[in-house]
Write a protein that binds this ligand. Structure first.
Ligand code: PHE
Length: 357
């Protein structure tokens, strides 16, 4: 009789294996476990029936039963592991969906759905304003020798005025002879030397570009920033021409309600020199934290070309005169878009970037 009941052992075992495979969750598997291999399972019932068998038949039936139990147990364990893995994968996948969203956006930006940074846009707008006023646009290198960044600009080695620019030195050649340009003024020297060499004066140019200073970033400063330099070398230029250019620029770029003012200043390469300021656009001149409660924001410096600079590049100061100015592009972006903190320009916070897409 016992033998007969073991006749359908293979079939019953297959049913158990099917039930295990059909369990969709760890919970379902746990609930099914007692009826699969527990005390009330068909395997346990068979096990009990072995006692009533003849010794030989018992040995044989026992072996078969053990083999079935081993298969069922191992199927159970495999299923448990694979369901647990599915659970873990599901959690990971849910997490990865958020991350995937960001990655996809980055990829989209890289593939062309992005947009120029606010600084790049500002630079282009500034160039447009000056081009409309008759200037050409030129560019110069960001790594300069001491000659271009300082000496030709009437800033001799060890001169105290070098303290005006906290300089990054490049470890190249003699110590302290190669620098990351601290301003765009060295590009003036390149342009003047080229104009002398090609006998192509006068010059009416603006020169935008990236500059570097060993500054701690704050609401109005970045260690890597952008300037646009202006240079006019022509006959009979006066300070009134300079002031006129600055004021026309201010009005056309910032619009009505914003004006410029010049305050006496000092730069080794201009004489006389002035600092140039515009109405603070955040408070419209009333005074706020960003403008240190003055109502004005300093944009840059300017002045009439110093004779020593004309001499350094070999321009005849009897015939030619001129003026130069230089100011911050990032600062313009800050004023134009009323940013309380300039650091937003480089932090790449998507909530900021999306406002200018
Ligand atoms: N290069 C000066 C600076 O960065 C600004 C400046 C440019 C001043 C041209 C006078 C003339 O501080």
């Amino acid at each position: 009789m016992a033998d007969r009941s073991l006749e359908n052992l293979d079939e019953e075992t297959r049913k158990l294996l099917d039930a295990i495979a059909a369990s969709e969750t760890l919970e379902a598997l746990r609930d099914a476990e007692p009826s699969l291999v527990g005390k009330r399972s068909v395997l346990a019932a068979w096990q009990k029936s072995l006692g009533a068998m003849e010794p030989e038949a018992r040995r044989e039936a026992g072996t078969r039963l053990q083999e079935s139990r081993r298969r069922v147990q191992s199927a159970l364990e495999d299923r448990r592991q694979s369901l647990a893995k599915e659970d873990r994968d599901r959690v990971l996948l849910a997490d990865r969906l958020d991350l995937g969203d960001v990655v996809v956006r980055d990829v989209r930006a890289a593939l062309g759905a992005g947009h120029p940074s606010l600084v790049a846009v500002t630079q282009r707008e500034l160039e447009d304003v000056f081009v409309a006023m008759g200037f050409t646009v030129a560019e110069g290198p960001e790594v300069e020798t001491d000659w271009f960044n300082f000496e030709a600009l009437n800033i001799p080695p060890a001169h105290p005025s070098r303290g005006l620019w906290d300089t990054f030195y490049v470890d190249l050649g003699e110590p302290e002879t190669v620098v990351l340009r601290t301003h765009t003024s060295p590009t003036q020297i390149h342009l003047m030397e080229e104009a002398v060499a090609s006998d192509s004066l006068p010059i009416h140019s603006v020169m935008p570009g990236r500059c570097y200073r060993r500054d701690s970033p704050d609401a109005r400063h970045l260690a890597t920033f952008h300037q646009i330099e202006g240079l006019v070398v022509d006959e009979s230029m006066t300070f009134a021409d300079l002031a006129g250019v600055i004021e026309s620029f201010t009005r056309s770029y910032f619009g009505s309600g914003v004006t410029s003012r010049l305050r006496p200043g000092y730069f080794p390469f201009t004489e006389p020199s002035a600092e140039f300021e515009v109405t603070c656009t955040l408070c419209r001149g009333a005074g706020c934290r960003t403008c240190s409660h003055t109502g004005w924001i300093e944009l840059g410096g300017c002045g009439m070309l110093d004779q020593a600079v004309l001499e350094a590049v070999g321009i005849d100061g009897e015939r030619w005169s001129g003026f130069a100015f230089g100011f911050g592009i990032d600062r313009c972006a800050q004023m134009r878009h009323e940013l309380t903190d300039m650091r937003a320009l480089v932090e790449n916070d998507v909530r900021f970037l999306e406002q200018f897409s």
